[in-house]
Design a protein around this ligand. Structure first.
Ligand code: MG
Length: 382
């Protein structure tokens, strides 16, 4: 059976975090959308048309540069409009598979099972899973208003496979502004019959950042623990306070630096970048660039955390040691921990801040400056 595929990739994916839509984030080192595109290409799809948002066309092209059968078209404002755009771009095929870009756990076995079922004469086939949880309907205030029997209820996944003529006829019969959550609905609305086959937990839809980590485990992708370290020092100068780990501490001197000279967070940024193999703070925020002058180091730390998220990594634990004779760090230690945990989105138990002196030895002992050392433990794709 000659089959083509449409991958719907119009989502902006705000819930999955970061600036990049979830379908272009890395899953075990490979963009989410590329997993399905290569599974479809490997299973012999004659064409793979991706309907995506025009502003992400470059991301999409870069993510799916492998298979030569991939084409990218401009999607519409709704899923249904995107499928319509995909259908218009597809040439001759007996069957068309319509798939969501955010479901990367597609394999040749599932594609084969869908097509085999379609061969039995159905006009549409979808993978589906039973619901293990109890279902209840609630009102807008969250109060339970009804128990719902789950017998016969199924969670419908994608890809959904269609006889090409049945899908085209169903779309031709839809109102121009129709907006459906899947394509079985279009075929059924047009009088077609749809069958279900057993779904696959791996075909879960990525919605939240944790979903990527969960899917990597399900796909058996290796994740490794990496430890990065960072060191920073700043010279004391005129001033009435120092900023360390995001906390302003009154002092008889200030710290000299291009930014706010927060040596604690600078060392921590380097530790996180180190665990990710992403260079150092100077490469990301060159001191020669005037835009970082006087910058609150929170921006640097948030940036490092975002690089980790974008790489599919998870910061497990951080530990910062401040080295100075004065100011006394002890009274501010908990506030520093809390600020660091807040900015990194970590539980307090995953953040350590501590301090030591150098027994009056060296430049730290002479109070010429202050230094910091940090370690970041990061779990990430191998
Ligand atoms: Mg620094």
């Amino acid at each position: 059976m000659r089959f083509a595929a449409i991958i719907v990739a119009g989502g902006r994916g705000a819930r999955a975090g970061g600036d990049i839509p979830k379908q272009y984030k890395l899953l075990a080192g490979k963009p989410v959308i590329a997993w399905s595109a290569s599974a479809l290409a490997g299973a012999g799809a004659s064409e793979i048309v991706i309907a995506g948002a025009p502003e992400h066309a470059d991301l999409c092209r870069a993510a799916t540069a492998g298979p030569s059968t991939v084409r990218i078209v401009e999607g519409g404002p709704t899923r249904t409009a995107s499928v319509r755009a995909g259908l218009a771009a597809i040439g001759d095929a007996d069957a068309i598979l319509v798939h969501d870009a955010a479901r990367p756990g597609l394999d040749a076995e599932m594609i084969g099972a869908l097509l085999a079922k379609l061969e039995t004469g159905a006009s549409a086939v979808a993978p589906a899973l039973a619901l293990p949880d109890t279902l209840r309907r609630t009102d807008a205030g969250g109060r339970i208003v009804e128990d719902v029997a789950r017998d016969g209820l199924m969670r419908i996944q994608t890809p959904q496979a269609f006889r090409a003529d049945a899908l085209r006829a169903a779309y031709a019969a839809l109102a121009p502004d129709a907006s459906l959550t899947d394509d079985i609905a279009a075929v059924r609305a047009n009088g077609g019959e749809a069958l279900l086959i057993p779904g696959d937990a791996k075909l879960m839809k990525i919605t939240y950042p944790e979903d990527i980590v969960m899917l990597e485990r399900m796909l058996g992708a290796e994740r490794i623990i990496c430890v990065g370290n960072g060191v920073d020092a700043h010279r004391f100068g005129d001033g009435a306070f120092v900023t360390l780990c995001g906390v302003r501490i009154p002092h008889s001197k200030g710290l000299i630096g291009h930014s706010d000279a927060d040596a604690g967070w600078h060392a921590l940024v380097d530790a996180i970048l180190g665990a990710l193999g992403e260079g150092d703070i100077g490469a990301h925020f060159p001191p020669s660039d005037p835009q970082w002058k006087g910058t609150d180091s929170e921006r640097f730390l948030r940036h490092a955390a975002k690089i980790a998220t974008d790489a599919g990594a998870r910061i497990v634990h951080v530990d910062v040691t401040l080295l100075c004779e004065r100011p006394k760090i002890g009274p501010h230690r908990e506030a520093m921990r809390a600020r660091t945990a807040e900015v990194l989105g970590l539980a307090l138990s995953r953040v350590s801040v501590k301090a030591t002196t150098t027994e009056r030895m060296g430049f730290l002992g002479r109070e010429e400056g202050l230094a910091a050392q940090a370690t970041a433990t990061v779990e990430r794709p191998a």
